[in-house]
Ligand binder design. Structure first.
Ligand SMILES: Nc1ncnc2c1ncn2[C@@H]1O[C@H](COP(=O)(O)OP(=O)(O)OP(=O)(O)O)[C@@H](O)[C@H]1O
Length: 266
């Protein structure tokens, strides 16, 4: 069964509403409008990339989906429920930008990943099933052998893998990631791509902010390109390397389209 078919079949189940529907969403930060009418849908089982230049509103959009930035207008629905009534936040997993998470925290790899399971347990002690989920998540990202190490002893790419394992340990139905490849070497990028591919195969919906498509390109179902807080374009994966997808990328204006395959809006 193809991923698309799986998603379609998922949509036929009782709980088949899209993972995310954002309609005409507006939001302000520091008194300034940052989102100016963003529309975005992530169907069940779909992987959607948010692209756009620096400051276009990508992180703010996903923070709005996570309920961290209040909407001043428009609508947000999660799994078919208006955000104001949505309580099942454990269905969402979040991988923040690396620089903002777990830096300087005196914790082991296992403790950080276990934290991803705690919300699901409503902060009761972890049971056998939880511990197995933590180990499984660490195996997924190739760090099972480092679980007793302090997170501060890891490289940047390994650190990123820990944050992804933390989100995976909660077994989310929707995984939201903010620039998961930023500052990550090619080997770790490949590990992350493989981890994500297996997750998507199991039906997880994914919304992620990217600057570089890199090894994640084959996983992307749709790319939503933001500009100045509005959706400038929704691109089909087949056109992702089309220079028209990123008209504000100075490199794309200067180089032939065939050279743009390795980067996107960067
Ligand atoms: N806490 C804040 N207070 C005020 N303005 C903010 C705040 N956070 C972000 N902004 C502004 O909101 C706009 C959108 O920021 P956002 O982080 O969503 O952009 P982005 O597309 O994710 O950018 P980047 O690619 O640089 O990460 C920017 O102009 C930014 O300066």
């Amino acid at each position: 069964m193809t991923r698309t078919t799986a998603a379609r079949d998922g949509a036929a189940t009782a709980d088949g509403a899209p993972a995310v529907v954002l309609r005409e969403a507006t939001a302000s930060l520091g008194g300034r409008p940052v989102l100016r009418g963003v529309g975005l849908t992530v169907e069940r089982g779909e992987t959607v990339a948010l692209l756009g230049a620096n400051g276009s509103g990508k992180s703010t959009t996903i923070r709005a989906v996570l309920g961290q930035v209040p909407l001043t207008g428009g609508e947000l629905e999660l799994f078919g429920t208006p955000a104001a009534r949505f309580r099942d936040w454990r269905r969402l997993g979040y991988v923040p930008q690396r620089s903002t998470a777990a830096a300087g925290v005196p914790a082991t790899v296992r403790e950080v990943v276990s934290a991803g399971r705690l919300a699901r347990r409503r902060f009761r002690p972890l049971g056998r099933e939880d511990k197995a989920a933590v180990r499984h998540a660490l195996e997924r990202v190739g760090l099972a052998d480092r679980m007793r190490d302090p997170v501060d002893a890891l490289s940047g790419g390994q650190h990123q893998r820990v944050l992804i394992a933390r989100a995976l340990a909660a077994e989310p139905e929707l995984l939201i990631m903010d620039e998961p490849l930023a500052g990550v070497d090619v080997t770790s990028q490949d590990v992350l791509a493989e981890t994500l591919r297996r997750q998507v195969e199991q039906g997880t919906s994914v919304l992620l902010v990217l600057h570089e498509l890199g090894p994640l390109a084959p996983l992307i179902d749709r790319a939503v390109v933001l500009r100045d807080g509005v959706v400038e374009r929704v691109a089909d994966p087949a056109t992702l390397h089309d220079p028209a997808c990123h008209p504000h990328d100075s490199a794309s204006a200067a180089e032939p389209a065939s050279k743009i395959g390795t980067g996107f809006l960067s």
